[in-house]
Design a protein around this ligand. Structure first.
Ligand SMILES: Nc1ncnc2c1ncn2[C@@H]1O[C@H](COP(=O)(O)OP(=O)(O)OP(=O)(O)O)[C@@H](O)[C@H]1O
Ligand SMILES: O=C(O)C1=C[C@@H](O)[C@@H](O)[C@H](O)C1
Ligand SMILES: [Mg+2]
Length: 182
């Protein structure tokens, strides 16, 4: 897969990236509604295809299997679809092939949230994120910091601290509209 892309800018998929729980799924749904586009959540799509939850896939088939399925699905979506709003799982963008496909074929929007604000969200998300289970807060912070380097490879960044989902979605939508009228 080369980096050449013949998809016109206006038709490229919008790909939301960022750490677990920053709001990719929540915001992606809202942006899709606002722009009248289809929404695809990669985690939900994998769950649907396997008829299993993400924690069950991790437990029964292992993380390596999940990462392969995730990578193949994202590359397929990036290269073969247009005009979608796609929310990735939090760890997908750590894979280089995924980054390349998203950056060359889509418009990548990084949803950023500070550690201080993210910490507050942990209790509401820990139960269905296998990578957060059985980890201390310090270990999670380390993962949060480690992943920053990968997420720094994006087209746009939206700082989400203190913003409700509607406001974040409006900001994402404005970025896309401004880009389309450039
Ligand atoms: N801007 C926001 N303000 C407050 N709460 C939010 C915001 N965005 C999302 N949330 C809440 O945070 C939790 C995680 O959101 P969501 O599932 O959308 O994250 P995600 O980035 O898709 O996570 P994952 O990487 O695990 O798929 C949900 O309970 C959601 O309601
Ligand atoms: O950040 C991660 O590695 C993950 C995030 C979730 O979206 C799921 O894809 C899964 O729980 C792994
Ligand atoms: Mg999600």
């Amino acid at each position: 897969m080369g980096t050449y892309c013949n998809i016109p800018l206006r038709e490229r998929n919008i790909v939301l990236i960022g750490f677990m729980g920053v709001g990719k799924t929540t915001i992606g749904q809202l942006v899709a509604k606002k722009l009248y586009r289809d929404f695809i959540d990669v985690d939900q799509e994998i769950e649907k295809r396997h008829q299993m939850s993400i924690p069950a896939i991790f437990e029964q088939m292992g993380e390596d299997y999940f990462r392969k399925v995730e990578r193949e699905l994202i590359i397929d979506l990036c290269t073969n679809t247009r005009l979608k709003i796609i929310s990735l799982g939090g760890g997908a963008y750590l894979q280089e092939e995924v980054r390349k496909a998203c950056l060359s074929h889509g418009i990548v929007v990084f949803l950023d949230l500070s550690w201080e604000n993210w910490k507050e969200r942990l209790p509401s998300i820990v139960h269905d994120r296998p990578l957060l289970k059985n980890k201390t807060l310090e270990e999670i912070k380390e993962l949060f910091e480690q992943r920053k380097q990968a997420y720094s490879q994006h087209h746009y960044r939206v700082a989400t601290d203190g913003l409700d989902p509607e406001t974040v979605a409006t900001r994402v939508m404005k970025l896309i509209r401004e880009r389309d009228t450039e």
